[in-house]
Design a protein around this ligand. Structure first.
Ligand code: SF4
Length: 411
């Protein structure tokens, strides 16, 4: 049997690597040292000064690789390039394989498309009763509110749509979307996504949330957002005060690597948590980003320190041109095995594959049940030790209760 955790080879080195990965650091000002404090902390300033052209990228990062240069040239025909100054400062300029850089700087490999790759890998368009609404599961809908994001992830499942570089021309139709939800009484859970809902202004977002809250059968609202990570300046006290009026409201952030969890991001997440918003994280398993046990564990533990529960780890969807970023399912299972039992259960996300073509999320897990015999289940624990759990053949408890129950003498 393979070892459950490679760190067993050198526990001391692994512990110091874990400590270094878990350290909180500010993103810093980097090339924007001259900008005023007020501008730097203004989320609209951050958006306006995103790194979105090859010329700007080259000026800020002189050591671009030929693949990155070619990728940045082509990006605006497929999925725009856009990197907030805050997030840009997390890039290691000396390391072409920097895990932050791999996520947001396009590469020439994006133009290579395998036959099994798709533009809409989760089959969302086929499950869309009205434009901008995906109804794939019985009791919940995905409500797309915008095609804009604070920065653009090179592996984005919705890259056909977000940034509009590929000409999808998405325009939400809020009235139609809300009307569908109002007349579909099975919908009890609405997930606002996009694009990034937190890029809407406070007033517009409040208006949407209020309309959804007014629908009696909508029990639960969720927002999916990478803004707290790409643009923590957006998480203002005013935004948090507005969101807290719509409880129960949950928020799923999207972070993939411990370095993304800066002191600024931790403070932004603290503001959301203080507003009573339960926080979860959705990560995507990415080659060269978070595909080692040390990074995965440090990230999960650091999320908990930010009051965020690791929720899902996604196998990277078969999005066109993403092969260079995909790690294998075998690797994903190995990583899950390195987490389960080796750290708090709260730090262990559910590893899922979004079934290609629209089958929904399918959980995948390392095998802990080794066999089921007539009278027992044979299991193994995180250390590889084998145990037996006795069970009657039909699954009922081993012993039926006695026909007559005597009072114990000492009762
Ligand atoms: S933030 Fe989300 S929707 Fe936007 S590019 Fe990244 S993965 Fe796609």
């Amino acid at each position: 049997m393979s070892k459950p955790d490679d760190s067993a080879d050198n526990p001391a080195a692994s512990a110091s690597e874990l400590d270094a990965l878990k350290r909180f650091r500010p993103a810093g000002r980097g090339p924007w040292a001259d900008v005023s404090e007020a501008e730097w902390n203004d989320w609209r300033w951050q958006l306006k000064h995103r790194v979105s052209s090859l010329a700007r990228l080259e000026a800020l990062l002189p050591g671009l690789t030929p693949s990155e240069r070619a990728g940045a040239k082509l990006a605006n025909h497929k999925l725009a390039m856009g990197i907030t100054p805050h997030f840009f400062n997390l890039i290691d300029p000396e390391d072409p394989e920097c895990p932050i850089r791999r996520q947001v700087i396009p590469r020439a490999e994006e133009t290579r498309v395998a036959p099994w790759e798709l533009n809409d890998p989760c089959g969302e368009d086929a499950h869309s009763p009205v434009p901008g609404l995906v109804h794939r599961y019985p009791d919940r809908v995905l409500f797309l509110v915008t095609d804009r994001c604070a920065a653009y992830c090179r592996y984005c499942t919705r890259s056909r749509l977000v940034s509009n570089a590929a000409g999808y021309d998405f325009h939400p139709r809020f009235d139609e979307q809300i009307d569908y939800i109002a007349r579909t009484s099975s919908v009890r859970d609405v997930l606002l996504s996009g694009g990034d809902p937190l890029l809407l202004g406070d007033d517009k977002l409040e208006h949407l949330l209020r309309r959804l809250r007014a629908i009696p059968h909508v029990e639960f609202l969720r927002i999916g957002s990478r803004v707290p990570v790409f643009l923590p300046q957006r998480v203002t006290p005013e935004l948090c005060a507005m969101l807290r009026r719509f409880h129960p409201l949950f928020l799923s952030i999207h972070s993939n690597h411990p370095r993304e969890l800066t002191t600024e991001v931790r403070a932004a997440l603290g503001r959301l948590a203080d507003a009573g918003i339960p926080l979860g994280n959705q990560s995507v398993l990415l080659r060269g980003v978070n595909d080692t046990p040390e990074v995965m564990k440090a990230h999960a533990q650091k999320l908990l320190m930010c009051r965020v529960r690791p929720y899902y780890l996604y196998q990277c969807d078969l999005i066109a041109g993403s092969a260079h970023l995909r790690a294998s399912v075998r690797e994903g299972l190995r990583l899950m095995q390195a987490l389960r039992g080796h750290t708090s259960g709260y730090a262990v996300p559910t590893y899922v594959i979004d079934a290609p073509g629209g089958g929904g999320k399918v959980p995948v897990s390392p095998e802990y049940v080794l066999s089921r015999n007539a009278d027992r289940v044979v299991i193994r624990n995180y250390e590889g030790k084998i145990f037996e759990y006795p069970e009657a053949p039909d699954g009922t408890p081993q012993f039926a209760p006695p026909a007559r129950i005597e009072e114990p003498e000492w009762a």
